[in-house]
Design a protein around this ligand. Structure first.
Ligand SMILES: Nc1ncnc2c1ncn2[C@@H]1O[C@H](COP(=O)(O)OP(=O)(O)O)[C@@H](O)[C@H]1O
Ligand SMILES: [Mg+2]
Length: 361
């Protein structure tokens, strides 16, 4: 059997760089080497791409805070228009082996927001996950929420500011109540997020969020449980029973996600009545579909006594063996390596479907 040449692209310019390295490490360890040959490409924190040794590409693997890409001088460039053989080594002055499918596992801006997906579309190779539109829409909390609201999916009420001078505490408080949550519209990992209860905190929270994005979203506070579901597939989807995040901090902060090991507990499955779980699963599938998602996504909810609200979608969720997404599937009996196989099949299916479309008349 011919092996598929699987290219994994990891790292990236976001706060989730280190998580991405761990996800890549776990994927490389898990995939069936009889089925796949591997090409590893790291995006460093400056956004440059390097070809890595597929057996030895990381340093400090055992330390999640200090994990690093091993130094390599083999910078690469993407060359559109050469289907299959589209990656060029600047050091060796030649194209590298042709690639059958790409698994980009870069979280946050530049990796999960459609920019990398645009590049992969241009080089004409199947890739795992949502395309340009699904990625961009999933990343922008303002656009995502307006699409959900338009489809009668419950969300936290919100206001958008594009300039701090547009913000007025009293009218925001009037509309949203206190506390409020302030977030950069296009980010993740809880970076730049504040929970505020008075005018000073409101202005500080806005300043902080505007450091990261030119668009800021202010939301009503939802006093609810944090419930998450994993979805996979293209137009036909499957969804898991939900899990729950139990933050020990005031909210599920950057610290709780990545620094403090006791910052949050993942409870899988979540303790939920079956009819509520079924509702959540149904809304997860609907959200996935209407946000143009492909391949995989984790959909995050707030669940209160009488409401089920979608908080956000993550189109390239954390993918280490101990991340929520693979663990939710494990709970359904799907092993990590089988999950990767399936995501690759979805990638090729989606590519073939698009490939059939006419590009000229
Ligand atoms: N409107 C809200 N009400 C209550 N808690 C919130 C609200 N928005 C965010 N949070 C808390 O902040 C965390 C991060 O917010 P989220 O919107 O998921 O941003 P990110 O994309 O950075 O993960 C959530 O997991 C939750 O703990
Ligand atoms: Mg979140």
């Amino acid at each position: 059997m011919n092996k598929l040449n699987l290219c994994i692209i990891f790292g990236g310019k976001s706060a989730e760089h280190e998580v991405s390295l761990q996800s890549a490490y776990n994927i490389v360890e898990a995939v069936d080497k009889e089925k796949y040959s591997l090409t590893l490409i790291a995006m460093n924190k400056e956004g440059k791409f390097y070809l890595c040794d597929s057996l030895n590409f990381l340093e400090n693997i055992d330390n999640p805070k200090d994990i690093k890409i091993k130094n390599t001088d083999n910078q690469i460039a993407f060359v559109p228009g050469e289907r299959g053989s589209s990656i060029y080594s600047l050091r060796d002055n030649k194209m590298i082996d042709s690639i059958d499918v790409i698994f980009p596992i870069i979280h946050g801006p530049f990796g999960e927001d459609g920019s990398l997906q645009g590049l992969l579309k241009l080089i004409d190779v199947p890739f795992v996950g949502a395309g340009v539109v699904g990625s961009a829409v999933g990343m922008d909390k303002d656009i995502m929420k307006r699409l959900l609201r338009d489809n009668d999916i419950d969300i936290a009420d919100f206001i958008i500011y594009r300039d701090i001078l547009e913000a007025d505490y009293l009218s925001a408080k009037d509309k949203l109540g206190i506390p409020m949550f302030i977030k950069p519209a296009n980010l993740g990992s809880s970076v730049g997020i504040s929970k505020v209860t008075n005018q000073d905190e409101f202005l500080n929270g806005l300043e902080e969020a505007f450091r990261f994005d030119g668009k800021v979203i202010v939301e009503e506070f939802i006093d609810g449980r944090e419930i998450e579901c994993a979805v996979k597939g293209n137009l036909k989807t499957k969804v898991t029973f939900p899990g729950e995040i139990l933050p020990t901090d005031e909210f599920y902060s950057y610290e709780a996600k990545y620094i403090n090991e006791t910052g949050a507990v993942l409870k899988i499955p979540a303790e939920l009545d079956n009819n509520i779980a079924d509702n959540i699963k149904e809304i997860a599938k609907e959200t996935y579909k209407l946000l143009e998602t492909r391949g995989l996504a984790r959909i995050d909810f707030f669940v209160t006594k009488d409401r089920i609200l979608v908080n956000e979608i993550n189109t390239l969720p954390g993918f280490t063996k101990i991340s929520m997404y693979p663990k939710l599937w494990k709970n359904e009996g799907v092993e990590y390596s089988d999950l990767i196989d399936e995501l690759i099949v979805f990638a090729i299916e989606e590519f073939d479907n698009n490939d059939k479309l006419l590009s000229t008349i």
